[in-house]
Design a protein around this ligand. Structure first.
Ligand code: 5GP
Length: 210
């Protein structure tokens, strides 16, 4: 059985990563998406336990103290974190894990887990389109849009620390998801990750040649 990898998908707000992750989730049986905990309020259409585990700051701090949250960050005045129980649930089923998290958390996970982590940054095709997408949501205040654009700039500065940088062209989320799925498949076929298989292969040949 192949070992699961952890795929981190980051991207400034408005990069469309939620849509891309949902397409991947619906198309691939071998991945599970970790549902994060957050202290921010649900947006219209978001469901507790599906989009996020929506919890209070007190509860979040308690989960941090007990080690239930494995990485976290403060993003635009709200806390977000990955729950140990989510990662264990998914890896326990032998699946790949998708973490849809921002840059700081991504780097924490990379440091903690190392070579089983693959990082992908998604981005809207250019600054003007990113602004249009954020305003088009209609759920954010002017201040929140500006904060998210400023944060987007900081996140893009970290792009060089990611393994992949993928543009999510407008209206082409399906193609973007397909590209990310190809990256995922290719990463499983890295020779370093096939070493055990190759050595069993050689043992098999040895047995035949004996
Ligand atoms: P949003 O409020 O738009 O849902 O998410 C804001 C940012 O928080 C996004 O960049 C999203 O990827 C990130 N995020 C969501 N969950 C987590 C998490 O568990 N950990 C970290 N580090 N970032 C997260």
């Amino acid at each position: 059985m192949r070992k699961g990898l952890i795929f981190i998908i980051s991207g400034p707000a408005g990069s469309g990563k939620g849509t891309v992750v949902n397409i991947i989730r619906s198309r691939t049986k071998s991945v599970g998406v970790s549902v994060s905990a957050t202290t921010r309020d649900p947006r219209p259409g978001e469901t507790d336990g599906v989009s996020y585990h929506f919890i209070t700051r007190e509860k979040f701090e308690e989960l941090l103290r007990t080690g239930e949250i494995v990485e976290h960050t403060e993003y635009c005045s709200n806390l977000y974190g990955t729950m140990r129980s989510e990662v264990e649930r998914i890896t326990g089923e032998g699946l790949d894990v998708i973490l849809e998290i921002e840059v700081e958390g991504a780097m924490q996970v990379k440091k903690l887990i190392g070579d089983r982590v693959v990082t992908v940054m998604l981005a809207a095709p250019g600054a003007a389109e990113l602004e249009r997408r954020l305003r088009g949501r209609g759920t954010e205040t002017e201040e929140s849009v500006r904060r998210r654009l400023t944060r987007a700039k900081d996140e893009l500065r970290a792009a060089g620390r990611y393994d992949y940088f993928v543009t999510n062209e407008t209206g082409r989320a399906k193609e973007c998801a397909e590209l990310v799925m190809k990256i995922m498949e290719a990463e499983h076929n890295r020779s370093s990750r096939r070493a055990e298989y190759v050595s069993e292969y050689i043992d098999g040949l040895d047995a035949i040649l004996k």
